[in-house]
Ligand binder design. Structure first.
Ligand SMILES: [Zn+2]
Length: 366
């Protein structure tokens, strides 16, 4: 018998905190942010003065002495402080990876207070009792448990969002989901402007762009205008900013939910999924297209599709986008058309279909 495959899964819940708990948690966030910046500064200075690159082990070994010298940090859990150094270490590793690949930039930056918005505990310093999470020396968070937590909890992160609300993330080890054999073989997906996407399966309908966040966008613009009218530093402005942040969050949640659903549909039904290797960065430069691209969030969609496909053992193939919209999927003839032409109509073989469906068929064949 084979061991069941294990994967990491995150369970995120909104949490309610008393004023005291929230104040303690804020205090911890602040200490974490300070430690992050101090540790970053130490790395930079040590390198400049001695040409030595510090790593995680070097810095964490100093924590005990550091806490003796600065007792205000001793109130924060040791694991939490270690995690701050781990995050910095990850930021450096990412930076070095970029350099290796010949990419520019990405040097770890000092973090402003508002940008350091979560701290993480490992195995100790917290206790979960029903929907109450007690973090020692911080307080009690009442979780709004929207679904049960599964598997073995590895880490617990406490996060404050832009609206000033608290969230708790449990990262757990769970059994990998088992996927039944898909009913269908290869599918080509063309992401488009008119629809969110169109695929090559003759049985399926185009998937429309969700309209709801168009509507929310209008609300967003309205709220943005209110914010800019309010006086800086005023209470009324602060309230308006909070409302704006809530709408942003609402849009992000809806978008993610939509993208998950679409990606699941393809992963569950097809054994091999073909998409175009799009250069999103280049496309967003085109202002006319950019609004729709950001709306439709193709980048995030491909990312979700990528990890879901890997998880389910499906093949995800990135096809060269060259000519997918111009070529006839019936006979291979090039049929030039501008963005405005919606129908692919081929004079050589007589094929007449929606342009996006034609592209999807080419992507499938690619
Ligand atoms: Zn043709």
């Amino acid at each position: 018998m084979s061991e069941k495959k294990k994967v990491r899964k995150t369970f995120k819940f909104k949490a309610v905190a008393s004023k005291t708990t929230a104040a303690h948690a804020e205090q911890w966030l602040w200490r974490c942010q300070q430690l992050y910046n101090l540790a970053l500064e130490q790395r930079i200075l040590t390198y400049r003065q001695f040409g030595v690159s510090l790593n995680y082990n070097d810095q964490s070994a100093e924590l005990t002495t550091f806490k003796k010298e600065f007792p205000e940090f001793a109130q924060v859990g040791s694991q939490v402080l270690e995690n701050v150094l781990e995050r910095l270490d990850k930021a450096f590793k990412k930076f070095f990876d970029r350099i290796k690949k010949g990419e520019k930039g990405g040097f770890p930056r000092f973090k402003a207070r508002s940008r350091y918005d979560s701290f993480t505990l490992r195995q100790c310093g917290w206790k979960l009792n029903g929907s109450y999470l007690t973090v020692s020396k911080v307080g009690i968070f009442k979780l709004i448990l929207s679904r049960p937590i599964e598997g073995q909890i590895k880490t617990v992160s406490i996060q404050r969002d832009g609206c000033g609300d608290w969230w708790v993330c449990f990262s757990c080890i769970v059994d990998a989901r088992e996927y039944p054999e898909p009913a269908k073989g290869v599918v080509g997906i063309d992401v488009g402007l008119k629809h969110f996407c169109v695929d090559s399966d003759p049985d399926s309908e185009p998937i429309a762009n969700p309209r709801y966040y168009r509507k929310l966008k209008a609300k967003l613009r309205r709220q943005q205008r209110v914010v800019s009218r309010r006086k800086k530093g005023s209470n009324r402005r602060r309230k308006a900013v909070k409302r704006l942040a809530k709408t942003h969050r609402q849009i992000a949640n809806m978008r993610l939910d939509f993208l998950h659903k679409v990606a699941n549909h393809y992963v569950l039904n097809y054994s091999e999924i073909h998409v175009e290797a799009l250069k999103i960065k280049n496309m967003v430069k085109n202002r006319h297209l950019s609004m729709s691209i950001q709306d439709a969030s193709w980048g995030l969609f491909f990312e979700l599709l990528g990890y879901k496909a890997a998880d389910a053992g499906r093949q995800l193939v990135k096809v060269n986008p060259r000519g997918t919209s111009q070529k006839c999927s019936g006979c291979g003839e090039i049929v030039p058309k501008t963005l405005a032409v919606r129908i692919h109509s081929c004079k050589s073989c007589g094929l007449e279909i929606d342009r996006d469906e034609n592209a999807a068929r080419n992507i499938k064949a690619g």
